[in-house]
Design a protein around this ligand. Sequence first.
Ligand code: SF4
Ligand code: F3S
Ligand code: FES
Length: 249
Amino acid sequence: MGTTRHFRVWRGDDEGGSLNDFDVEVNEGEVVLDIIHRLQATQAPDLAVRWNCKAGKCGSCSAEINGRPRLLCMTRMSTFTETETITVTPVRAFPVIRDLVTDVSYNYEKAREMPAFAPPADLAPGEYRMQQVDVERSQEFRKCIECFLCQNTCHVVRDHEENKENFSGPRMFIRAAELDMHPLDARDDRKEHAHSDQGLGYCNITKCCTEVCPEHIKITDNAIIPMKERVVDRKYDPVTWLGRKIFRR
Ligand code: SF4
Ligand code: F3S
Ligand code: FES
């Protein structure tokens, strides 16, 4: 037997919008995406939401729930109190298309700017076997589902649209770190590129990206700080020095 809960859902488009109030039935075991689907089925058939897997694996259903960047399909209704109003808004760092759907092109543009994996030119297929230790080193980064919650959360772009041009963001930093660790990647300037072209220097290791990652990738500790450290071997960076003192767990 379900109970009725109060929701506020942002509705609008690129010209503006507002929070709309809904009372919706909630049943045991449901997640916020179930409630959004029930809203579509009963009260708001044209409510726009992007989703695909409902299993935390496609990275499509990113939104903000009570102001926190979350996956709609992985946020259980049981995490809220019975009387709590649940507010669902689109992710803030990307432009709204409609309702809960945003335009995430920024992330794809930054991905395209990343120099591709480059194996040695004279290596024929089958000539190289990767060691298990090399596979495992970057395995953590390959868990990324491209939900872009880390990109949305990072304060460098969250309230500073003007930084987007020069800042690729945490998702791209883990990709750079992954390639940097790849024994077959012939480019040896991944870290320099991250500094000079991807804006790694803008990151002051606040760790907000790590905190919201649904795959629990240690973005800051395992990708960003090592990338900074290796660049800093040649260039003193006070942010990294402080970060090591304060944050390292
Ligand atoms: Fe999402 Fe984590 Fe990948 Fe960022 S690193 S896009 S938060 S899965
Ligand atoms: Fe942003 Fe993560 Fe750095 S939130 S400032 S990229 S540690
Ligand atoms: Fe795929 Fe939520 S619907 S991650």
